[in-house]
Design a binder for this molecule. Structure first.
Ligand code: NAD
Ligand code: IPM
Ligand code: MN
Length: 357
């Protein structure tokens, strides 16, 4: 098949990890006889500097026309105090494309277990997916600011909750049929609505799926204490943002977690969950696995290439378990010494892909 993919490398380590993911996509394309055309455009701080805005209309247009979008990360100290900020470009992209469901799978790899600060026996076999609502809540509510006060309004409609809960329950049907909905219903009105709608949708439309509710504060604890119990977790925008950075430590590093941001159509934005990592940017040491696994999700969700996606996921898992580890994971005794850089890690994945697929 042929597909047009817009690449938005962004800032910091974004260009480093997206280059690795593109190399893996090209290798998978060669292997399976697909052609991918990549069109690289600016987003975030890089776009502010060159185009005066974090997401230009021309770039948004190109994204609308593409089959899928691969994104690195945006942001950095250079732009954090300005009126116009890199992150606004990312939020605009998600909202404009209607990408309300952000899928963030979390899996552990045997070799990487000792890289996690959590005890290994709790981590073996962890396999969960967080469905984070992505275009509502406090991220998109009305804001006010005066010299002496500020406010961010958290709003959700029934329709916004229904569609993301449906997406989570549908995913659960292909898995262990267990959904935990996370809220703060003991305090927030939006959470009370969330809980009521989630309960109704699951009861009326997914009688085969077990739904439980959990308050977000205790969920932050349970996620570490008994991560193996979870299958699908569905939650609102900000809770999902925070819980998934926490969950990345189950796998051992922020650099390992991918994501897919999906709406009703086939298109989507695929990006690692981590940020631009200004502390390591430009050194060629960032872990590209989150970006590479995001590229696998792109193949699955936007192009319908499930076998190719599984092949990339297996190549990443096997490379890691074979001891190909970047600096963020090199806490294990088996780590390569010195640890692999970004490009070498991508090459290790490509080498696995070429023999195993
Ligand atoms: P961050 O995710 O950039 O970094 C957190 C820590 O994790 C850092 O120590 C970093 O070195 C490490 N890390 C992250 N990704 C890594 C990788 N691939 N390999 C190895 N180590 C990795 O979070 P932050 O420092 O809070 O934010 C920095 C900037 O990134 C901010 O401007 C923020 O707004 C932005 N950000 C963007 C996105 C995005 O574009 N989707 C996501 C999160 C944060
Ligand atoms: C993420 C990031 C973004 C978010 C920021 C950069 C707007 O943290 O993708 O997780 O909060 O959604
Ligand atoms: Mn985040």
């Amino acid at each position: 098949m042929h597909a047009d993919i817009v690449v938005l490398p962004g800032d910091g380590i974004g260009p480093e990890v997206t280059a690795a993911a593109v190399a893996v996509l090209q290798a998978a394309g060669r292997r399976y006889g697909h052609t991918f055309r990549f069109e690289t455009r600016l987003i975030g701080g890089a776009a502010i500097d060159a185009e005066g805005a974090p997401l230009s209309d021309a770039t948004l247009d190109a994204c609308r026309k593409a089959d899928a979008i691969l994104l690195g990360a945006v942001g950095g100290p250079k732009w954090s105090d300005g009126e116009i900020r890199p992150e606004q470009g990312l939020l605009k992209l998600r909202k404009a494309l209607g990408l309300y469901a952000n899928l963030r799978p979390v899996r552990t790899h045997p070799v990487a277990l000792t890289a996690s600060p959590i005890k290994s026996h709790l981590l073996t076999g962890v396999d969960m997916i967080v469905v984070r609502e992505l275009t509502g809540g406090v991220y998109f509510g009305r804001r006010t600011r005066t010299d002496i006060a500020a406010s961010d309004l958290c709003e959700y409609t029934v329709a916004e909750i229904e569609r993301v809960v449906r997406r989570a329950c549908t995913l659960a049907r292909g898995r262990r049929k267990f959904v935990v909905s996370v809220d703060k219903a003991n305090v927030l009105e939006t959470s009370r609505l969330w809980r009521q709608v989630a309960t109704r949708v699951a009861r009326d439309e997914f009688p085969d799926v077990r739904l439980e509710h959990q308050l977000v504060d205790s969920m932050a604890m349970h996620l570490i204490a008994k991560p193996r119990e979870y299958d699908v977790i569905v939650t609102e925008n900000m809770f999902g943002d925070i819980l998934t950075d926490e969950a990345s430590m189950l796998a051992g590093s922020m650099g390992l977690l991918p994501s897919a941001s999906l709406g009703e159509g086939r298109g989507g934005v695929y990006e690692p969950i981590h940020g631009s990592a200004p502390d390591i940017a430009g050194r060629g040491i960032a872990n590209p696995c989150g970006a590479i696994l995001s590229a696998a999700m792109l193949l699955r969700h936007s192009l319908g290439l499930d076998a190719e996606a599984r092949c990339i996921e297996k190549a990443v898992a096997d490379a890691i378990d074979g001891g190909a580890l970047t600096a963020d994971l090199a806490l294990t005794g088996i780590a390569a010494r010195p640890p692999l850089g970004t490009d070498a890690m991508a090459a290790a994945v490509i080498a696995r892909l070429e023999v195993e697929c």
